[in-house]
Design a protein around this ligand. Structure first.
Ligand code: HEM
Length: 442
């Protein structure tokens, strides 16, 4: 991906593309865009300085982001606008015991350089099952952690499995903070936001790495819809936060951070992470379906008939407006209407009235194709599997006769390209943990 001509795109598109391009080129473009020439009282020229952090005040849970995000008028948490997933594998020459301190120092440097918030920098470090195979302990991981190798979850997919050893998920409303953090860790920038950062590129094998990027929030999908998978004519509404056009992730249709946290054992305070790369094919979604059909497929047929949603979900407040009947009468609705909604179907996996996974997904134009990086946190990977099975809805499709893809929620439009499972340890064990960190410390 290359940077567009500055004059040909909006500022937000330019900044989003700078994140996708990354490296020193992306960072320079970003800083140039966000820096004004007007001198400030203290002589600085950056009018929007990124707040610095107080690393001693941070929670043990790496995934404790909610308390540091902005909230909308209804109290829903607003995800950071820009995201980067850095997939990494440790270089063969690196000894974990000696590299651990270097990695941890780099991460704490970042926490001092940037506030732990949307207008600073949020990140998690997660490790794959493959990472833990290097330890001799039997069993390899304590039984309190359930996170197997990724598998195909439906007959409709044959994904590539991400077996990188770790993944760092960076998120911020500030593309310059995000890119500067990456450049300091993996590139040649020594100081960011007034703090020196320990570099860590020597710890990783560049050939075994990947970088995926994306964005979420009203306006960003519309501004970035000129890609494969979205038909011409700019169909994505101006204020849609995602390419499929609707708001998602309401306060009450997300698991709480408590619900997704591992409760016992050495990784207590951690969580598991599933990341899938979904390609979106939205030609029929935008060209053949009308708004009524899109609402029926995304939410439920009753949502469409009763106009519960609005253009992009603006009629909804703290949840998706599903009634108990929308969930319990699913099969009847599917038979009567010949269509079943994504939210309605997936809600069958709720426990105590709430989902068991916490979604932190975002759109992407990686590979110049519309897509969505589905990042999900849950106490155990089986919580994800159960929820995904409810979404796939093979039982409903079979029993109602609607078929596996067409009219079965949004199954027709999403194609799973990659899947990966990771363990996000609590902060004290986030740097190259052994399979049983507390046991090893004694
Ligand atoms: C392009 C992909 C996707 C889009 C655009 C999308 C969008 C949405 C929307 C608009 C809702 C209703 C609003 C809300 O409650 O958040 C929803 C609900 C939900 N989605 Fe998705 N979704 C996608 C993929 C997935 C996947 C892969 C999963 C994995 C299982 C998933 C799990 C859920 C869950 C758990 C809910 C809440 C259900 C409940 O209310 O209990 N979604 N999604």
């Amino acid at each position: 991906m290359t940077l567009p001509d500055r004059e040909s795109v909006s500022r937000r598109t330019y900044l989003k593309t700078a994140v996708a391009v990354g490296g020193s080129v992306g960072l320079t473009a970003c800083v140039g865009e966000l820096t004004t020439t007007e001198p400030q009282p203290d002589g600085e020229t950056d009018t929007q300085r990124v707040p610095t952090g107080d690393r001693d005040s941070l929670p043990d849970r790496q995934h404790a982001w909610n308390g540091y995000l902005s909230q909308d008028a209804h109290g829903n948490y607003e995800p950071p606008a820009h995201h980067v997933l850095r997939y990494l594998s440790i270089a063969d020459s690196v000894a974990l015991d000696s590299a651990r301190e270097q990695f941890e120092t780099a991460l704490t440097d970042l926490e001092s350089a940037f506030a732990w918030s949307s207008d600073g920098l949020l990140f998690t470090v997660g490790y794959s099952p493959r990472y833990f195979t290097q330890f001799d302990e039997q069993p390899a991981l304590p039984e309190s952690v359930e996170f197997p190798e990724p598998t195909a979850l439906t007959d409709l997919e044959s994904p590539t499995f991400d077996t990188y050893e770790l993944v760092v998920h960076f998120a911020s409303d500030r593309p310059d903070a995000l890119l500067a953090a990456e450049e300091a860790l993996f590139g040649s920038q020594e100081t960011v936001n007034g703090r020196e950062i320990t570099a860590i590129s020597d710890l990783f094998d560049e050939a075994e790495s990947d970088r995926r990027t994306g964005f979420v929030g009203a306006g960003l999908p519309a501004e970035n819809q000129d890609v494969e998978g979205i038909p011409s004519g700019n169909p994505v509404p101006e204020d849609a936060p995602l390419f499929m056009g609707f708001r998602s992730g309401f306060e009450r249709t997300q698991a709480t951070e408590d619900r997704v946290t591992i409760e016992a054992g050495p990784f207590a305070g951690g969580t598991t992470q599933h990341i899938s790369k979904l390609q979106l094919q939205l030609n029929a979604w935008w060209n053949q379906e009308n708004h009524f059909q899109r609402v029926a497929k995304m939410f439920s047929p009753r949502h469409a008939a009763e106009e519960r949603v609005g253009d992009v979900g603006e009629k909804l407040t703290t949840d998706s407006g599903l009634t108990t009947e929308d969930i319990s009468d699913l099969l009847k609705q599917a038979r009567d209407d010949g269509v079943v909604g994504h939210a309605q179907k997936t809600a069958r996996a709720r426990e105590d009235g709430r989902p068991v996974i916490l979604r932190r997904d975002f759109d992407t134009t990686d590979d110049d194709h519309a897509g969505l990086h589905f990042v999900s946190l849950q106490r155990s990977i089986s919580d994800f599997g159960k929820t995904r099975a409810a979404m796939t809805g093979t039982d409903i499709a079979d029993e109602s006769g609607i078929g596996p893809r067409v009219n079965n929620g949004i199954m027709q439009y999403i194609f799973v390209r990659n899947r990966g499972n990771f363990l996000i340890p609590p902060r004290p064990h986030r740097s190259f943990p052994t399979a049983n960190p507390e046991a090893n410390e004694t």
